[in-house]
Design a binder for this molecule. Structure first.
Ligand code: IPM
Ligand code: MG
Length: 355
């Protein structure tokens, strides 16, 4: 199994280091070997090569069976030419590999219930949402786009576009995912205003004909944002476009207590998937051994499950993480009174021990 590792910027390297230790240990335990190779993406690639996504990185990713990514970006590159911002590296590799389906599970570890931002009576109803975000289309990539001037003043626009085939294939992923969960899909759009959303809704409804065992509902995105914080237990799978999914997945993650806990998988067809924490590069704590490596470690579990069909190995990692939380180990982002305060490396050590 070949894995291309893209540590990226900020805390990227430190969290990926811990995740790779976990990967190696789980390999030893189950008799699997993982061959890893590293490549540059984001700000570090801009510094070294002048572009956020060097051709060599694309080639190495395409040559691998899966990609493990840390995070990209930081204040150092905030004022750079927008055409080569670090984020362009991330968007570029998703597009290059045609990873149109982004799975972002947000569930609450019971050990972290007290860290949850919601009222205890709301938390008690449960929180286990899977955001299925369309990742290679919509307003992120739509043409035309413009950043310039018109009529003597600054002027800009982007275009939200969706072809039927793009909607159909992401709807399929959502319905399939729901079948393995509680069997409910909520499609989120803005069909009361946007034409593109009306097309979205129509195609989702049409594709649903192939999944009549799954319950389908629809919600406008503003309402969905509100419902997510009011009563997340009503959701199972949320399927939505690129921009709405970006926003709702952060909201879904944050209500679980920390964005530092949640992994993600970006999948396509015929290309290796990318597995990465949903949080960013946290430049404010980079290099200080403070970052929470658990989202990246859980991303390795998602990689084993989705890319390699290694269910036992994935379960093993997830259980080791739970046990580590059970034992009270806490990085700063999830720290509570009475917890054992640890840094990134110590958190990694604890997970290794529990493996
Ligand atoms: C994410 C991030 C990216 C996105 C940024 C860094 C380009 O916010 O993965 O959610 O908007 O997709
Ligand atoms: Mg985001």
């Amino acid at each position: 199994m070949k894995i291309c590792v893209l540590p990226g910027d900020g805390i990227g390297q430190e969290i990926v280091d811990q995740a790779l230790r976990v990967l190696e240990k789980v390999g030893e335990k189950f008799g699997q070997t993982f061959e890893t190779t590293e490549a540059l993406i984001g700000g570090c690639a801009i510094d070294a090569e002048g572009v956020p996504l060097p051709a060599e990185t694309i080639a190495k990713c395409k040559d691998a069976d899966a990609v493990l990514l840390g995070a990209v970006g930081g204040p150092k590159w905030d004022t750079i030419d927008p055409a080569i911002r670090p984020e362009k590296g991330l968007l570029g590799i998703r597009k290059e590999l045609n990873l149109f389906a982004n799975l972002r599970p947000a569930n609450l570890f019971k050990q972290l219930a007290d860290a949850c931002y919601l009222r205890p009576d709301i938390v008690a109803r449960g929180l286990d949402v899977m955001v299925v975000r369309e990742l290679t289309g919509g307003i992120y990539f739509g043409e035309p786009r413009f950043d310039g001037e018109k009529d003597g003043e600054r002027f800009g626009y982007n275009t939200m576009t969706y072809y039927e085939h793009e909607i159909r294939r992401i709807a399929k992923v959502a319905f399939e995912a729901a079948r393995k969960r509680s069997g409910r899909v909520c499609s989120v759009d803005k069909a009361n205003v946007l034409d593109v959303s009306r097309v979205w809704r129509e195609i989702v409804i049409d594709e649903h004909k192939n999944y009549s065992d799954v319950e389908l509902s629809h919600m406008y995105v503003d309402n969905a944002a509100m419902q997510l914080v009011r009563d997340p237990s009503q959701f199972d799978v949320i399927v939505t476009g690129n921009l709405f999914g970006d926003i709702l997945s952060d909201a879904a993650a944050a209500i679980t207590g920390s964005i530092g806990m949640l992994p993600s998988a970006s999948l396509g067809e015929g290309n290796p998937g990318i597995f990465e924490p949903i949080h960013g590069s946290a430049p404010d704590i980079a290099g200080q051994d403070k970052a929470n490596p658990l989202a990246t470690i859980l991303s390795v579990a998602m990689m084993l499950r989705h890319a390699f069909d290694m269910t036992d190995e994935a379960d093993c990692i997830e259980q080791a993480v739970e046990k580590t939380l059970e034992q009270g180990y806490r990085t700063g982002d999830i720290w509570q009174e009475g917890g054992k305060a640890v840094g990134c490396v110590e958190m990694g050590n604890a997970v290794l021990e529990n493996l």
